[in-house]
Design a protein around this ligand. Structure first.
Ligand code: FCB
Length: 449
């Protein structure tokens, strides 16, 4: 390598952007979409900052063509989005909604016509409310409901889509939904959490089988939020708490799905829900491993907490992003190296990015040097992981657009493109220009080889 030259990335390295259905689509009551758990959860007072909801979001349902033009300007080769299950199956199962399916036809066709590969994620948290009413992730039947939904999607779009993900961040929606009551269904119920984890894993296995059967050329993975789990203080109690959080956060899903077993503490807790043959149904070798990464997570022992530990803030004094998330690019590098060694699969980073509270300046531009810095240091860390031998084949920024950030509502902005919500005007930020330049430079480097 020439001195000072950046590490060469694999020849077919994919640069992309990611979004999810509930966070950008809006149009929640249009063309026959059924309600999702997030529609109701947003209406519970105090759950979401400012009482925000995804009702309108970025109105991407109507503005998808404009948003694809933004992707074209960035020069990305791929776009990861999710299907809203209640848009295509309003009651979660049974009769499909043709108008909802037709929206994703339009989206996929426009992406392909623009030269952007669609990466389709089946589940980014917007469970149909009617399935929640039947127990949701606590009902073992959900594996079959999910498989039927996967079949509908695979048969409709499998002629044009090759990249499929089953779940986005299963650890987050299970732990936050059933452990900390920060996401729907908003409970703190350890038994429910363990049941939900197992049922999600069963759904993953069933979903992979259906995708493989329906789309022989499919390239299938799941997307995991992988971050080091650290004790907030160097005490043995906090260290035990961090080990436990690591099992819930980093291991509950990949270990079962790829290695065929649960990590030790969870194996004991989940055992009552495991039936004969379950681990064989869950364990399916995926084609790739999706990594989402932002910053390390911290745990503190707490005997009074339902799970025996509390979610903790990073220690005072660590560098932080404008919304308070710890900045630690070395943790990203080490995570990629660890995932590579442990699972031996091609890795795609399907989310990484920085949140901020921001607005246009006097000339109408959105200048975001912190995000540019974040993306530069984190892609630098990715190159270090590749130089150390990690098989990383793609990087997707979270997110194309500012959007509905779950509990934070619209207050936290993660977009490369600013969204002025009252007018829905899109304003590419300085970071969008930075990313476009990086992608162009990478193309030049690639053709010069
Ligand atoms: C991830 C989620 C994504 C977004 C980012 C900031 O945990 O997958 O939807 O909220 O965090």
């Amino acid at each position: 390598m020439r001195e000072g030259a950046p590490t060469l990335l694999p020849r077919n390295f994919v640069w992309g952007v990611s979004t999810s259905s509930y966070q950008i689509e809006g149009a929640t009551q249009v063309d026959g979409r059924g309600p999702s758990v997030w529609d109701g959860y947003c209406r519970v007072p105090g759950r979401i900052a400012n009482g925000d909801t995804g009702d309108v979001a970025c109105d991407h349902y109507h503005r998808y063509a404009e948003d694809i033009a933004l992707m074209r300007d960035l020069g990305v080769g791929a776009y990861r989005f999710s299907i809203a299950w209640p848009r295509v199956l309003p009651a979660g199962r049974g009769v499909a909604n043709e108008a909802g399916l037709a929206f994703y036809d339009r989206l996929i066709d426009k992406l392909l016509a623009t030269g952007i590969e669609p990466w389709l994620c089946l589940y980014h948290w917007d469970l149909p409310q009617s399935l929640q009413d039947r127990g949701g992730w606590l009902n073992r039947d959900i594996a079959g409901w999910f498989a039927d939904y996967a079949k509908l999607v695979a048969e409709r779009f499998g002629d044009r889509v090759r990249r499929f993900a089953t779940f986005n961040e299963p650890s987050v929606f299970t732990l936050f939904g059933y452990g900390f009551a920060w996401h729907p269904p908003g409970t703190t119920d350890p038994a429910g959490l363990h049941q939900a984890i197992h049922n999600v894993n069963l759904a993953h296995g069933a979903g992979v089988d259906v995708l493989r059967a329906s789309v022989p050329a499919a390239s299938i993975g799941a997307i995991h939020n992988m971050q080091p789990s650290r004790p907030v203080a160097r005490t043995s109690a906090d260290e035990a708490a961090a080990t436990l959080l690591d099992e819930y956060w980093n291991k509950a899903f990949p270990e079962a799905q790829i290695l065929g077993h649960y990590p030790p503490a969870l194996a004991r807790a989940i055992e009552p829900y495991v039936q004969a043959g379950d681990m064989e149904r869950i364990c399916r070798k995926p084609d790739w491993f999706g990594v989402n990464h932002y910053s390390p997570v911290y745990a503190a022992a707490d005997a009074n907490a339902p799970l025996g530990f509390a979610w903790a803030d990073a220690p005072v004094g660590v560098p932080r992003s404008p919304i308070g998330w710890q900045l630690d690019p070395a943790a990203f590098r080490d995570t990629l190296i660890d995932v590579d060694r442990r699972y031996r699969l091609p890795i795609y980073v399907l989310e990484n990015g920085a949140g901020a509270v921001e607005e246009p300046n006097a000339t109408g531009d959105v200048v975001d040097p912190e995000r540019v810095d974040y993306l530069a240091t984190y892609t630098g860390a990715l190159r270090e992981a590749v130089a150390a031998g990690a098989d990383v084949r793609g990087y997707f920024v979270w997110s194309l657009l500012d959007n509905f950030e779950w509990g934070a509502g619209y207050a936290n902005r993660f977009g490369l493109v600013y969204v002025d919500y009252p007018t829905q005007r899109r304003i590419p930020k300085a970071s969008a220009r930075w990313y476009a330049k990086l992608i162009r430079a990478e193309k030049v480097a690639r053709t010069a080889r």
